[in-house]
Design a protein around this ligand. Structure first.
Ligand code: PLP
Length: 430
C-alpha cells in the first residue's frame, strides 16, 4: 500500500521538482487542469507589464522592429519546434487551433486533389474534439467531400483508396488515449492518404516526433501544457516537403498579408511567403504572444534536466500513482479508469468514469464540483460515459498532490458530499 510518506519521498527525490517554482499557484491548491488551462508562469506578469509600459508605451510603433514583435510567430515557433520534433523554421505560433486546422485541412486537401484526385473522404475519430470535426465538416461541404468517423480500432481498416486525409488528435481530450503517430502515419501514407495531427494535448505533455513520424501537417494549442495563458496563440507545422513544393501552389485559404512574401511591398496580388510563414494571416496579438513565450520557456527549462523525455517519465509516474491510489483508496465507489493502462497508449491525463446504481443525474459533474470546492481542480466532460478529467503537468504537479487529491476524492465519495445541491449547479464552462 502506498503511503503519504512514500509520496513525499518521491517528491524529495524528483529531479524536476524545482521546475514548480516557475509558477505562481495559489497556496494549498492542487491544480490538475493544466490540460485545459496551464498555470501562470511567474515571469508573465512582469513581462506583460514590460511589453505594455515599455514596448507599447514608449517604443510605440517602433517596437514592431526594435522589440522583435514582427518576428514573434517564427521565434516562438522555433521554441515550439523543439518540443514536437520539428526543425527551426517549420513552425509558427499564430491564431487559434481551430483556425489553424482550417488552414492545414484546406492545404492538405489541395495537395490530395492534385496528387490523388478523386479521393472524397476525410477519416477521423468519432470522439475527436468537436471543433476538429466541425471544421472538417464545413470543408467537406465546401468541397463535396465526406467526413467518415470511426472508432480508434477501425482506423486502419478505414484507410482505403477513397481517403484523401486522415485527421486525428494525437491524445484524446476525453480519455487521454494516445495514438501511435508513426505507425498510423505510415499506414495512411501506404494507403495514399495525408495526415493532419492535432497536438492540443500532446505539445509539452508527451514527446512528439513529427519529423520522425514523417507526418504531413500538425496544429496545437498554446494555453494547455504550454502554459501560454487564456486564449494563447496556437501553432501550426507543415512538413517542408509540402511547403517547399514547386510543382503546385500549396496555399492556405486565409491569405492575409502576414503570410505574403513581401507584406510591406503592399502589392495588390497575393504571393505566399516561403515556408511556414505563409500560414500566418494577419496581425498577431502581441501581449498574448509575450505571455506564450513565458509559458514556452517554462517547458524549455526542463531541457537541461532531460527535456520532454524526463517530463514524460515523471508524467507516467504521476498517472500510475493516481490510478493505483484510486484502486487502493477509492475502491467500491463506482469509479472506473477510462485512460489506457499501457504507457505507450496514455497521454498526460487520467479520466475517471463514475457509475453507481440507483443514482440520478450526473454524479461525475457533482463529484468534480465538490473536489473543486475543496481546492482540487480538474474538470468534467459530458458524454457516454461522463468523464472526470485530471491533467498531470509534470512541471508543477507533485506526488504529494496526487495523494491529497485522492484523499479528497475518497472523502467526497464516502460522505456523499457531492449530493449537496450546490454541487449540481452548472455554469457555462464545465
Ligand atoms: C483536441 C483539441 N483541439 C482543439 C481545441 C480547442 O481549439 P481552440 O483553441 O481553437 O478553441 C481543444 C480544446 O480543448 C482540444 O482539446
Amino acid at each position: 500500500m502506498t503511503t503519504l510518506q512514500d509520496c513525499q519521498q518521491r517528491d524529495a527525490q524528483d529531479p524536476l521538482r524545482g521546475l514548480r517554482n516557475q509558477f505562481s499557484l495559489p497556496p494549498g491548491l492542487i491544480y490538475m487542469d493544466g490540460n485545459s488551462l496551464g498555470a501562470l508562469p511567474k515571469t508573465a506578469a512582469a513581462r506583460l507589464a514590460e511589453v505594455v509600459t515599455q514596448e507599447w508605451g514608449v517604443g510605440l510603433i517602433r517596437s514592431w522592429n526594435s522589440a522583435g514583435w514582427f518576428e514573434q510567430p517564427q521565434r516562438l515557433g522555433d521554441k515550439i519546434a523543439r518540443l514536437i520534433g520539428a526543425n527551426p523554421g517549420e513552425v509558427v505560433a499564430t491564431d487559434s487551433t481551430s483556425i489553424n486546422l482550417y488552414k492545414v485541412l484546406y492545404a492538405a486537401l489541395s495537395i490530395a486533389a492534385h496528387d490523388a484526385p478523386g479521393r472524397k473522404i476525410i477519416v477521423s475519430e468519432c470522439s475527436n474534439f468537436p471543433t476538429d470535426l466541425y471544421i472538417a465538416e464545413s470543408l467537406c461541404k465546401e468541397r463535396g467531400l465526406r467526413l467518415q468517423l470511426v472508432e480508434p480500432e477501425e482506423i486502419a481498416a478505414a484507410l482505403n483508396s477513397d481517403v484523401a486525409l486522415l485527421m486525428l488528435t494525437h491524445v484524446n481530450y476525453r480519455t487521454g488515449a494516445m495514438h501511435d503517430m508513426a505507425a498510423i502515419t505510415a499506414a495512411a501514407h501506404t494507403a495514399g492518404a495525408l495526415t493532419v495531427w492535432d497536438l492540443a494535448h500532446s505539445a509539452g505533455a508527451v514527446p512528439v516526433d513529427l519529423t520522425g513520424a514523417d507526418a504531413d501537417f500538425a496544429v496545437g494549442c498554446g494555453y494547455k501544457y504550454l502554459n501560454g495563458g487564456p486564449g494563447a496563440p496556437a501553432f501550426v507545422w507543415a512538413n517542408p516537403r509540402h511547403t517547399g513544393r514547386q510543382d503546385i501552389d500549396v496555399q492556405q485559404p486565409l491569405s492575409g498579408w502576414w503570410g505574403h512574401a513581401a507584406p510591406f511591398a503592399f502589392t495588390p496580388g497575393y504571393a505566399p511567403a516561403p515556408g511556414i510563414t505563409r500560414y500566418l494571416c494577419g496581425t498577431q496579438p502581441i501581449l498574448n504572444m509575450a505571455a506564450l513565450e513565458c509559458g514556452l520557456d517554462t517547458v524549455l527549462a526542463a531541457e537541461p534536466l532531460g527535456g520532454m523525455a524526463a517530463l514524460r517519465t515523471k508524467s507516467l509516474a504521476l498517472t500510475d500513482l493516481f490510478i493505483d491510489l484510486v484502486a487502493q483508496r477509492c475502491a467500491g465507489h463506482g469509479l472506473g479508469v477510462a485512460t489506457p493502462m499501457a504507457h505507450a497508449l496514455r497521454g498526460s491525463q487520467v479520466s475517471l468514469t463514475w457509475e453507481a446504481s440507483g443514482r440520478e443525474g450526473s454524479g461525475a459533474f457533482a463529484i468534480m464540483q465538490a473536489l473543486i470546492a475543496r481546492g482540487v481542480i480538474g474538470d468534467f466532460r459530458a458524454g457516454e460515459p461522463d468523464i472526470l478529467r485530471f491533467g498531470f503537468t509534470p512541471l508543477y504537479v507533485g506526488f504529494e498532490d496526487v495523494w491529497h487529491a485522492i484523499e479528497h476524492l475518497r472523502q467526497v465519495l464516502e460522505t456523499a458530499e457531492w449530493t449537496r445541491p450546490q454541487f449540481n449547479q452548472k455554469s457555462a464552462v464545465t
